[in-house]
Structures are given as C-alpha cells and as structure tokens.
Design a binder for this molecule. Structure first.
Ligand code: AMP
Ligand code: MG
Length: 286
C-alpha cells in the first residue's frame, strides 16, 4: 500500500447530506474525500477492518457488562447498488457474534397488521451489537411513495415520525449511521445485465427490477425528500457514490469506524478481584 492512500477529507464530512444537498448534482462515479488508488483499496480495507473489528469487540464486551450502547447501520439504495456487498465485505470483517442483521422486504401478512415502525422497532440492535438494516423504515417513504401504496397524507406524515423515532433510538444509546448507496442508471443497467448473463447471479435477479428502473425519476424525487427531511443532527444521512464498489465499501468502513471511535470505547473493568482469582488459579493443579 502506498502512503498516498488516504482520506483528504474525512468520509463523514465529504459524504454527509447537509442542507442544500442536491441528488441531481451528485456524481455516482465519484470518490469524495479519497485520494488513493483503487488497486490499493483492498489492502486498505483489510487494514481498516482490523481497526473496526477491534472497536466492535469492545462494544460487544461493554454489552456483556451491563452497557446499553449499540450501533445501527442503515443501508438504503436501489437494486444492485451494493447493499449486499457492503454486508459481505464490510460488516463481514467483524465478529458475527456481535452483528444483528435484518433485511426488510415486502411486509409479511403479520407485519402488515402493525404500524410500519413495528418491525423496525423489533429489529433494533441489542446492547453491544452492531445492527445492520438491509433496507429499512425508509422503504415506507420510498417504494411506498413511488407506488402510491398509501395516500400522500399518510406517507407525508412519516418524515417527522421517522425523525422522532430515530431521536428516541439515539437517546436510548444507539448510534445510527445512515448510508444511501447511489448507483447511476447506466451502472445499474450493466449490473442487471450481469445478473442475466451469469447463472450464479440469477438468484439476485427479479423481473420487477426492470419495472422499477422505469420509475427512476420518481425514486430520485423520493430520495431527495428523504435527504431534505430526515438528515438530522442526531442521525444524518451519508450519500455514498456506488458505481465503484471498492470506494463504496471503503467509505462505509470509514463511516462505521468513525461512529465507533465516537463512542470512546474501552475494555470493561473486572467485576471480580483479579489478584485473588490469580492466586486461586495458581493454587490449583496444572
Ligand atoms: P431485495 O432487497 O432485493 O430483497 O428486495 C426487497 C423488496 O422489498 C424491494 O423491492 C423493496 O422495495 C421491497 N420493500 C421493502 N420494504 C417495503 C415496504 N415497507 N413496502 C413495500 N415494499 C417494500
Ligand atoms: Mg433485489
């Protein structure tokens, strides 16, 4: 790895959706803040993974010792944007014991009997865990809005509801990292073609994905509204260009590592007399 591989602007600054963010001006092929070469990305990712994994182990240990804190990674993005790849290649670098992963699909019959946040609330990470949402409550203002599954008044009220919900979750000790993976329409077309060309990718293909593509402008509008209305100080959005998979994975790793660092994690102190236990152990047979 070269020493020139680095973040010139921290990912959490370069990617944050602040006031005035315009998706229409966003470049899905970009690599904001990153000055390194793609050929070194894997090595850098592995190195950062070691750091992330160490931090996550501290959080897990804290959870085992009465800690209440947790981290929640919310992943949103169109089909083929690389949500699954982030789960495999970024989240996959930490100890699976400490991970609580939930993928949200079309609500089940049981889920439809409850308010939309019910299944989300149930999946929130336990203390000490890294929760990961592959899709989330944001589908309830994205696919639901685009397909008019509920009246505008209903989805319109959800932005404030979501902000209140997330503020409550954060106040209870969960750090929320919201990541939107933004792939270009051209790159999505390429990735869908690959799914049709490769038998090992058929399982990822859904004929409905092509119908969704036709609604791209509507989704862009819905995503813009999400960034305008739910990128709050307690739970901001990070918009990650996803045309280069290596960059997206590097960026999410950096965002997660930053969130963990913010927790100022240490190792929980012993709740027993270390010297006395050592003496007892020494007194026992080899
Ligand atoms: P995938 O992530 O490819 O497994 O697809 C999951 C599908 O479930 C996507 O088409 C989502 O739009 C859809 N989905 C997720 N949440 C909801 C929701 N609340 N209402 C309707 N469809 C949803
Ligand atoms: Mg899909």
């Amino acid at each position: 790895m070269s020493t020139s591989d680095r973040w010139t602007t921290p990912a959490h600054e370069a990617l944050r959706a602040s006031e005035g963010f315009r998706l229409a001006d966003f470049d899905p092929t970009g690599k904001p803040g990153w000055d390194g070469k793609s050929k070194h990305a894997d090595a850098h990712l592995a190195q950062q993974g070691v750091l992330l994994s160490g931090l996550q182990e501290r959080l897990f240990a804290e959870g085992r010792s009465d800690g209440k804190r947790s981290v929640l990674l919310v992943l949103q993005g169109m089909d083929t944007s690389g949500k699954g790849g982030v789960v495999r290649h970024v989240v996959g670098m930490v100890d699976p014991q400490g991970v609580q992963l939930t993928a949200f699909g079309v609500p089940t019959e049981e889920e439809r009997k409850h308010p939309y946040l019910w299944r989300i609330e149930n999946a929130l990470p336990q203390p000490g865990k890294l929760g990961v949402f592959d899709r989330s409550h944001y589908e309830d203002v994205l696919v639901v809005r685009v397909h008019k599954l509920v009246p505008p008044k209903v989805w319109g009220a959800r932005y404030d509801e979501i902000n209140e919900f997330e503020a409550r979750v954060v106040a209870s000790g969960t750090t929320i990292v919201k990541v939107a993976l933004m792939v270009s329409s051209a790159e999505q077309k390429k990735r869908l073609r690959e799914r049709l060309e490769r038998p090992d990718k058929y399982w990822k293909y859904n004929p409905g994905d092509l119908d969704e593509r036709l609604l791209w402008p509507k989704y862009a509008e819905a995503y813009q509204a999400v960034f305008d209305r739910t990128s709050t100080d307690v739970a901001p959005w990070f918009v990650v260009p996803a045309d280069r998979k290596w960059y997206a994975r590097l960026a999410v790793t950096e965002l997660l590592t930053h969130a963990f660092k913010g927790l100022d994690l240490g190792w929980p102190p012993a709740d027993f007399d270390v010297a006395a236990e050592m003496a007892r152990l020494d007194a026992q047979q080899p």
